[in-house]
Write a protein that binds this ligand. Structure first.
Ligand SMILES: [Zn+2]
Length: 95
């Protein structure tokens, strides 16, 4: 699916619709000392092995595309998630 790179979206800071530039969202690296990472390590290290977590038999094939929209006026960034799973979501020049 093609998604326009520049969109007119609502900006909560400007309180109006302004031009936004969209960028692909990339998750950052997990912190080594966060609570979630530590508890996950603990789960896998204790006991006699076995399954630490229930593993789903069917995995989701695709992800919901997530973008970061930046306001052209005040530079505030807002997450934009398209509530639909799709194989490919490409940012294209505004049509
Ligand atoms: Zn703004």
């Amino acid at each position: 699916m093609h998604i326009p790179k520049e969109q007119s979206l609502y900006c909560p800071k400007c309180n109006t619709h302004t031009e936004h530039k969209l960028k692909q969202f990339k998750s950052g690296q997990a912190r080594a000392l966060s609570i979630g990472t530590r508890s996950n390590i603990r789960k896998h290290k204790k006991g006699y092995g076995g399954k630490a977590k229930f593993t789903a038999t069917v995995k989701k094939q695709n992800k919901k595309p997530t973008f970061i929209a930046e306001c052209a006026v005040c530079n505030r960034k807002v997450y934009r998630v398209i509530p639909k799973r799709m194989k490919k979501a490409e940012l294209t020049a505004a049509a």
